[in-house]
Write a protein that binds this ligand. Sequence first.
Ligand SMILES: [Zn+2]
Ligand SMILES: [Zn+2]
Length: 253
Amino acid sequence: MKIEEIEKKYRITADYHTHSVYSRIGFYYHGKGSIMENVRAASEKGIEEVAITDHGPSDFYGLDPKRIPEMRDDIEEAMKAYPGIKVYLGVEADIVDTPSGLDIAPEDFSLFDFVNAGYHYVPNSKMLVNLFSFHLPISVKTKEKLRKQNTERIVRAILNNNIKILTHPGDKAFMDEEAVAKVCAERGTLIEINARHRHPNVEDLRIYAAHDVKFVISSDAHRPQDVGRYAKSLALALEAGIGIERIVNLRKR
Ligand SMILES: [Zn+2]
Ligand SMILES: [Zn+2]
């Protein structure tokens, strides 16, 4: 189905993965928009719910937990300005080698309305070897070893934590999609369809779809104008044969 046809036929009700200026390092803003700007963009697109999910604190551009009260204030202000929309404070936690498997400790989950998690190139994530694995020729044996280690970490993080959405699964780290799909099904963790990244691709989505998992489409917007983008991701899902009733934030117009 063409992108224009998709946009005519379907809409999303919620975007549970957007970044704001709270994803930053020093004076470099990884997320370009303020919370107000992200919410305004979502409201203009007729979305009913939006989440601000900046990167976990171990990320180079990770949020500073000390600024969470400020983020809450910004959210309150945005909801006053756009009363038709529900705004959540989430986080895109990093999957790392800690006992719980995430860079958000279990006791800090209550700081957020919900926690998403994804794999990124951060210290404590086998960053360099995973980064090179996509860009340099590596042996099949090394690749298999890496796949096993990555899968173990991702599975552990899902089993140990109440994760709402596994963001862009398979991007930035080889893993066993079957094993990850099984634990997502068991724990009720949503598989994200996110066309900003190389994974999940159509092939990956077919593997996930063979398991009892639900999906969510997210924009992963790093600029306000990208908040609520969904058509490319939905095109991937349709190509993979995923029934639209399995995508929790999708509706027919
Ligand atoms: Zn991410
Ligand atoms: Zn993201």
